[in-house]
Ligand binder design. Structure first.
Ligand code: BJW
Ligand code: ZN
Length: 261
């Protein structure tokens, strides 16, 4: 992944709407902000989302064939090649102004947690620190049999390499449908959702559990919800402030407006 200029100076605010004064004021008072990101935040980096009708990965590929443990058992080479293709695509991208704005936001509030469903590593590349990678990371690997971590050099292989310990098959460290999420990451995400003043929902369709339940947990615990997405999501109806637009424009505008340098 290319190194990146971690400043917001070139991301001029082009917000197509006014942020209400009351919201600006209460965001400035916030002690803890939690953000949940999805594929939409990386769309402006050139990484396809999953469920968008024309451009989403699931419009071209069947998740049952590629993103389930059964698929990997049935045809490990096919699944391996698909992840290899995506890993190469992701490796050629850079964080966009939306990722950079979240990294800047982390420095503005006393407590900040970033829960991401993305496996692309772009939040870390943008300089975010407090990241919970809920669905794993496409650049990491582990053994499908003994679960031990495998070296990153597995990425060079053309088909799933063998585990050095048990000869099981190495797989990408991502969470497939029907698999449990890592318990400590899930626990940290639930705690972050339940303990924040503001919960930001950014670029996620809100269909996939358990992440889709986090806005409900946050709302029930008294947080104010803000959604940043050009389109409605499955959870828009419970959101107090909907900021309709691409994350790469709305987030820098929001951060610059609320916390001018
Ligand atoms: C922009 C933008 C811009 C565009 N700016 N925004 C019923 C039957 C069977 C199973 C289930 C069931 N009900 C629930 C389940 C469980 C299942 C689930 O939720 N399924 C639903 C789909 C129905 N969940 C699981 O299996 C999870 N495990 C689990 O629950 O364990 C316990 C359990 C097991 C079994 C049964 C029951 C319980 C695991 C989920 C793993 C998800 N894995 C994937 C693949 C990861 C690896 C990889 O990358 O290959 O994760 S699927 C895919 O979806 C990926 C994403 O992280 C995830 C979420 O998608 P996301 O990020 O929201 O993307 P999109 O494309 O949906 O939305 C993009 C959004 O961006 C849109 O809103 C756009 O408008 C917006 N946008 N441009 C801002 N510029
Ligand atoms: Zn093994």
């Amino acid at each position: 992944m290319a190194a990146t200029d971690n400043s917001l100076s070139n991301t001029a605010s082009r917000l197509p709407f006014q942020i209400p004064e009351k919201l600006i004021h209460s965001l400035r008072q916030a002690q803890k902000i939690t953000a949940l990101t999805g594929a939409g935040i990386s769309a402006e980096s050139g990484i396809p989302t999953f469920r968008e009708a024309q451009s989403g990965l699931w419009a071209r590929y069947n998740p049952e064939d590629l993103a389930t443990p059964q698929a990997f058992e049935r045809d490990p080479d096919l699944v391996w090649r698909w992840y290899d293709w995506r890993r190469k695509l992701i490796a050629s991208t850079r964080p966009n102004p939306g990722h950079l704005a979240l990294a800047a936001l982390e420095q503005k509030v006393a407590q900040f947690a970033l829960i991401t469903q993305n496996v692309d590593g772009l939040h870390a590349a943008a300089g975010s620190q407090s990241i919970i990678e809920l669905h794993g990371n496409i650049f990491r690997f582990y053994c499908n049999r003994c679960r031990r971590p495998a070296p990153a050099s597995a990425a060079q292989a053309q088909s799933p390499p063998q585990c050095a310990y048990c000869r099981g098959m190495i797989r990408p460290d991502v969470v497939w449908f029907g698999e449990q999420l890592d318990a400590s990451r899930l626990d940290a995400a639930v705690k972050a959702a339940k303990s924040c003043d503001f919960f930001l929902l950014i670029g996620t369709s809100g269909f996939v559990q358990p992440a889709a339940s986090f806005p409900y947990l946050a709302s029930k615990a008294g947080a104010t919800l803000i959604e940043i997405n050009p389109a409605a999501s499955a959870v828009s109806t419970i959101v107090e402030h909907v900021l309709r637009g691409p994350a790469g424009e709305v987030l820098p505008g929001l951060v610059q407006t609320v916390w001018p340098a």
